[in-house]
Design a protein around this ligand. Structure first.
Ligand code: ARG
Length: 459
């Protein structure tokens, strides 16, 4: 098979080279972007008098046929064609003849691939933002009935202070909102057109880069061609943004795994999103959150992979850059299915408030409330209050009870300045609802957070 660039070559390439060099088996995913990019380029060439109207029409109808062949899986993808750009151009020329050979005027595969890949990434940014919004909506749906549902808030994975379940879920809504903002800002920064940069230095043809940029939905035209044909920051950004998002997903996954264990029993994952054991008939395994946690690893790896490819590349385009695609495709696919399945797993799980409450009754969750009470109601300095509370906790341990269940007499015996109203301050409900500062866990504050995210989703 004759290569498109074979003019200066005297022998055929080795088939091993063809296999090694080709990107066609994976970059064909970019076919829509490639065809749209070519059409925008052709329209611009026509507007500039470089192609005539008949040639443009032939290119447009030829490309429609190519697209149809690809989408109906009749298109023949051949390793020997090297990449999708050449395969599509070659097929176009087979279909329409001479006009097809003019399409590559004032263009190089270097700006072409930069256009295609950038537009793919921008499209995926948008899809991921929508999926993240759907995930936040699911969190809200799960959270809403649980603004009074108590569970132990933890630090160091040790019981710390009582919180409500909705408040816990809104922490994740906050993380996912930041993720959306990262995809948003990356989209804004990178929505610039590489088309017309040609190989590296621009072109002597009288082109109109703004026109093709507009046609393709870019906000503007890139500033420096040398940078543009070798810039893969947009790809690194989606890899980083997905990594951070998967890190958040992995943290939630870890909690779901803990919560669905017998030690916690805070939630039960639905049968539809759990798996069994091939040997132990009693088992119901949280494979979904485990895989979410596990897949985070490959996504981090893809980010490291591309950073490493890019480091040390001299300007401008180098073939190393062809290694940018598979990792991005893999991270995007992993992220998209992860977002979908996490949403479904959340919506279908059963929340177990009873076990959450039970867990609140161990670990003296209201100890901080006793110290705060001693400061606010008995005029005792915090350091001393901390010490008195420590003694109360030791007493509770000795009696085998939780501090929240300690009676007034026992507390009074520890420090005579304690009043009879102390017990109401020690209840778990009171403790949660006492945290009324902005962003706190009190039911009313949690409701504010829910409303905040509901508004955010509406905008
Ligand atoms: N397949 C190549 C890639 O993915 C397209 C650009 C090739 N450019 C070149 N000068 N060889 O990067």
């Amino acid at each position: 098979m004759q290569k498109m660039w074979a003019g200066r070559f005297s022998t055929q390439t080795a088939s091993l080279l063809d296999q090694f060099n080709a990107s066609i088996m994976f970059d064909r995913k970019l076919y829509a972007e490639d065809i749209e990019g070519s059409i925008a380029h052709a329209r611009m060439l026509c507007a500039q008098g470089i192609l005539n109207i008949e040639e443009l029409e032939q290119i447009e109808s030829g490309m429609a046929q190519v697209r149809e062949e690809i989408e109906s899986e009749r298109f023949e993808w051949r390793i020997g064609d090297e990449d999708l750009h050449m395969a599509i151009e070659k097929r176009l020329t087979e279909i329409i003849g001479e006009a097809g050979k003019k399409l590559h005027t004032a263009r190089s595969r270097n700006d072409q691939v930069a256009v295609d890949f950038r537009r793919y990434v921008l499209r995926k940014n948008r899809e991921l933002m929508l999926q993240l919004k759907a995930l936040i909506a699911a969190l809200l749906e799960v959270a809403k009935p649980h603004t009074h549902t108590l569970l132990p808030g933890m630090t160091h994975l040790q019981h710390a202070q009582p919180i409500n379940f909705a408040f816990h879920l809104m922490a994740y809504a906050s993380m996912f909102k930041r993720d959306i903002e990262r995809f948003e800002s990356s989209t804004k920064r990178n929505n610039i057109s590489p088309l017309g940069c040609a190989a590296l230095a621009g072109t002597p043809h009288n082109i109109d880069r703004s026109m093709s940029a507009k046609e393709l939905g870019f906000d503007s035209v890139s500033i420096n061609c040398l940078d543009t044909v070798s810039d893969r920051d947009f790809a690194l950004e989606i890899l980083f943004n997905i990594s951070t998002m998967m890190m958040h997903i992995s943290r939630l996954a870890e909690e779901l795994i803990l919560w669905s264990s017998y030690e916690f029993r805070f939630v039960e994952l639905s049968d539809a999103y759990s798996t069994g054991s091939s040997i132990m008939p009693q088992k119901k395994n949280p494979d979904v959150p485990e895989l979410l946690r596990g897949k985070t690893g490959r996504v981090f790896g893809n980010l490291m992979g591309l950073l490493t490819v890019m480091k040390g590349l001299p300007l401008a385009y180098n073939k190393d850059t062809q290694e940018d695609k598979e990792g991005v495709f893999d991270s995007v696919e992993t992220a998209q299915i992860s977002l979908e399945i996490l949403k479904e797993a959340l919506l279908s799980m059963t929340v177990k408030p009873h076990y959450m409450y039970q867990a609140c009754k161990v670990g003296h969750l209201s100890a901080t409330d006793l110290a705060d009470y001693l400061v606010k109601h008995c005029g005792i300095p915090f350091r001393e209050a901390h010490h008195i509370t420590g003694r109360a906790v030791a007493k509770a341990e000795e009696l085998g009870i939780d501090l929240s269940d300690m009676d007034f007499e026992t507390l009074h015996a520890i420090d005579a300045r304690i009043h009879a109203n102390v017990t109401e301050f020690l209840s778990i409900e009171h403790s949660m609802n006492a945290r009324t500062s902005e962003g706190g866990t009190a039911t009313l504050r949690t409701m504010e957070q829910i409303i905040y995210f509901e508004h955010y989703l509406k905008d």
